[in-house]
Design a protein around this ligand. Sequence first.
Ligand SMILES: N[C@@H](CCC(=O)N[C@@H](CS)C(=O)NCC(=O)O)C(=O)O
Length: 238
Amino acid sequence: MIDVYYWPTPNGHKITIFLEEAELDYRIKPINIGQGDQFESAFLAISPNNKMPAIVDHSPNDGGEPISVFESGAILEYLADKTQRFLPTSDVRARFNVLQWLYWQMGGLGPMLGQNHHFNRYAPEKIPYAIERYVKETTRLYNVLNRQLEDHEFIAGDYSIADMACYPWIVPHEAQQQRLEDFPALKRWFDALGERPAIQRAYKHADDYRMPQQMTDAMRQNLFGQTDTKPSENPTSL
Ligand SMILES: N[C@@H](CCC(=O)N[C@@H](CS)C(=O)NCC(=O)O)C(=O)O
C-alpha cells in the first residue's frame, strides 16, 4: 500500500496518473495547501520542503521499513523503479532520454508555468512585466515540446514518466494564455493522453478535493506567505 500526500494540482496529478497507470494500491492523504496542511509537523517529517506531493510506500521492494519520498520527479522515478515500468531499466540511452525530459519538466516547464499561474491568476496586483515574461516563456517551452512531438509519438520513446510529468502542466493551457491550435503536435499528444482511462481516473480524484474558486486571505497567506511555518496562524510573520 502506498500513501499519497495529495492535492489536485499539476504536481499532484502526476503521481495519481502513475499509480493509476500501474494499477498500484494506494490511498490518498489529502494535504489541503490552502488550509496550511503542508506546515503540519507530521507532513514535514515526510516532506521537509512543505510542499505536496509526497508518498510513503509501506511495502518497498527491499522488504524493509516504509520508504518516504518527496519531490514529484523523484516519486515518479521511485515508482518506475519499483514497478520496472514507464522508465527503461537496462538501455542507458533510452533511460536517460526519459530522464532528461523528466528533469526538463522539473527544472523548466513546472517552475516557469507555476510563475505564469501566479502572476496571471493569483497575484493581488497585475504586473504586466511579470505576466509577459512568464507567458512568453510558457510559449517558448510549448514550442520546445511541440518540436519534440513533431516526430515522436510520446516525449521520450515509449509512453513514460516524462509524459506523465508534462501532461498536467498542459491541462491549464487556457489560463496560461496559450492556444493549443498553435502547437499541432503538442495538441495531438495532449488529446491522445486525455483519452487514456488511467489519466481520466486520476483526474477524477480532483472532484473530491476542490479548492474554493475565491481565494481567501488565509489561503493566500498559506500558499504565498513564503515562510516555513503556517503563516495564516501567524500573520505578523508576513
Ligand atoms: N518541485 C516540487 C514542487 C511541489 C509544489 O510546488 N507543490 C505545491 C503545489 S503544486 C505546494 O505544495 N505548495 C504549497 C506551498 O508552497 O506552501 C515537486 O515537483 O514536487
